[in-house]
Structure formats: structure tokens, C-alpha cells
Ligand binder design. Structure first.
Ligand SMILES: [Zn+2]
Length: 50
């Protein structure tokens, strides 16, 4: 897992502890477990196209 600066904080608990889970390809909040973004690698792919 690694830190991501895509989200500054969790919209649910306002924690700044946002992590990327390589295995599930998800960005989630470490503190409350809220999944902020699924298919992260696909999202990055789209971003690169723009
Ligand atoms: Zn949270």
C-alpha cells in the first residue's frame, strides 16, 4: 500500500490517512475504511489521456 495525494482527506471522517490498495486496486481511508475510488489504475489511465 502507498500514500496517494489524489484525495487530501476522507469525506466521511476527515482523516488525511488515505491509502491505495494495490491488490484490490482501490483508494480507501485507513481510519474508517471508506472506499473513495475503485479501479484506481484505470482512473490514472484516463487522466493520462487528457
Ligand atoms: Zn475516513
Amino acid at each position: 500500500m502507498q500514500h496517494t495525494d489524489l484525495f487530501e482527506e476522507c469525506p466521511e471522517c476527515h482523516s488525511g490517512h488515505i491509502l491505495y490498495d494495490h491488490e484490490h486496486d482501490e483508494v480507501f481511508c485507513y481510519d474508517c475504511g471508506l472506499v473513495l475510488l475503485r479501479n484506481y489504475s484505470f482512473y490514472i489511465f484516463i487522466e493520462d489521456m487528457q
